[in-house]
Design a protein around this ligand. Structure first.
Ligand code: GLY
Ligand code: MN
Ligand code: MN
Length: 460
């Protein structure tokens, strides 16, 4: 991996983050980058994605290194490249050069790390070779799927409290990811009239990232089966009358993410039923963004989306009754079964490697309600938080044909009327919204979302 030269302000930002961590904990922490996993032989590897906690403090996408943070100082543990690696990978920066680029206070070979473990906390990485090494060295289980305990939990809480709101350097990266993602969605719409397969539209979108030396921040969803919420197949043909749902986001070189969804008609023209439902989803999207202010509970934003969707479906004759009552009984979740969004930062679903530690205010737990269980963020909003707003409407056979749900909601759904909307399988509209002191700023606002403009962008 080529590591560019870094600027003084980049290093100042990293040092500032390390100092802020030191203000919150009084014990050392070691954070591993993680490594890339091999495919069929050791030198053929899946792409590297360094741990986000590592990227937050070290700034550089490195593999197989660790940093030790104590009292605001950073010590880098890394082996110099083997002389033989130059043949295959070219000249790689040395440990001392890397240390300088991240503003480290010291640098040592990896083998010395075992002398510096006493009393240190850590956070599990996802990749198994590294969490196995973490567990062996620290002589305790450090497992990515288990909640952290003791000082590891204290460290996790300290880091989440820092990463919940973004500093200026992070925001600059997040804005870059957002801008490139906007361009990718426009490219996807423009490519649709000539495309025969979902895969061709995906290629048009992801090529915009590749050309900017970026990658995807999650596996792209580009599908005419938007009702499969995380559909990662791209082989379906595009037919006139289909809606194409594209949930595609860029990740910058240093790991910062965007997460955007648009839904457009393959033919360049929504049917009347598609347009009616599209406008219901858009009304929910707009109502939620208008209500984003510091201090507002994100759960209330979710419930607002549920209510606007319920009202819209009542107006269309699909639901029957009063919107508040329908939301109270979770009837909206028949068509909007996920949460209104989540935190966004170094990861899509930022910090969900720590379960709900970041997403849920201390003392709060996930609801087991059908209409609330998938809510990933339940905190009052604060300036500097970046959240997604992503209402949707789906006809998921596994929900709508479920005998228990069908009988529970028998009288609130006009099933016959619903059958007239069969050409609306999945619609989602997703934007990335920064909470500011005055309210909010939509980082992805340059991508239109009104039905007429979407049609214009996706027709020949
Ligand atoms: N791209 C996954 C999500 O929107 O949450
Ligand atoms: Mn998304
Ligand atoms: Mn999202």
């Amino acid at each position: 991996m080529l590591i560019q030269n870094t600027t003084n302000s980049f290093i100042d930002t990293l040092r500032h983050r390390r100092q802020r961590l030191a203000n919150l904990i009084d014990f050392p922490a070691i954070i591993w980058s993680g490594g890339s996993s091999p495919r069929n032989f050791p030198a053929n590897r899946f792409p590297l994605r360094a741990s986000s906690h590592f990227l937050y403090f070290a700034g550089l996408p490195l593999s197989n290194v660790a940093i030790r943070l104590e009292a605001g100082k950073l010590e880098l543990f890394m082996d110099d490249p083997q002389p033989s690696s130059a043949l295959w990978h070219g000249e790689m920066p040395t440990r001392d050069e890397i240390a300088q680029k991240m503003g480290a206070d010291g640098a040592r070979p990896m083998a010395e790390l075992e002398l510096w473990l006493e009393g240190t906390a850590t956070i599990a990485v996802q990749e198994s070779a590294t969490w196995t090494q973490q567990s062996q060295l620290l002589n305790r289980w450090v497992l990515p799927q288990s909640p952290p305990q003791g000082i590891d939990l204290e460290l996790a809480k300290a880091i989440t409290s820092l990463r919940l709101t973004h500093d200026d350097a992070a925001l600059a990266e997040l804005r870059k990811a957002a801008a490139v993602t906007v361009a990718a969605h426009k490219a996807g719409m423009a490519a649709t009239p000539k495309a025969k397969l979902e895969a061709e539209v995906r290629a048009a979108m992801e090529s915009v990232f590749i050309a900017q030396n970026m990658t995807t921040s999650y596996n792209s969803i580009v599908t005419v089966h938007g009702e499969v919420l995380h559909n990662e197949h791209y082989h379906h043909s595009l037919q006139p009358g289909d809606l194409l749902l594209a949930d595609v986001g860029a990740e910058t070189e240093t790991g910062w993410a965007a997460d955007v969804t648009r839904t457009w008609p393959v033919s360049g023209k929504f049917s009347s039923t598609q347009r009616e439902i599209y406008n219901v989803v858009l009304a929910a999207h707009d109502a939620c963004i208008a209500k984003i202010y510091p201090g507002v509970e994100y759960e209330d934003i979710h419930l607002l989306a549920a209510t606007v969707i319920a009202e819209g479906l009542i107006d269309l004759g699909i639901l029957q009754g009063n919107a508040e009552d329908l939301v109270q009984m979770d009837a909206h979740a028949l068509f909007f079964p996920h949460g209104i969004g989540h935190l966004l930062g170094l990861d899509v679903h930022d910090m969900e490697d720590l379960g709900d530690l970041a997403g849920y205010e201390e003392g709060r737990e996930r609801s087991d309600r059908f209409g609330l269980g998938y809510l990933r963020l339940n905190r009052p909003l604060r300036p500097g938080m970046l959240v997604t707003i992503e209402p949707g409407y789906y006809q998921v056979p596994a929900i709508l044909n479920d005998p228990k749900l069908r009988s529970k909601y028998q009288n609130v759904v006009n099933w016959q009327r619903l059958s007239q909307f069969a050409d609306v399988r999945g619609i989602r509209i997703e934007d990335d919204v920064l909470v500011t002191t005055e309210g909010s700023e939509v980082l992805t606002a340059a991508l239109p979302n009104d039905a007429n403009t979407i049609e214009n962008l996706s027709k020949i």
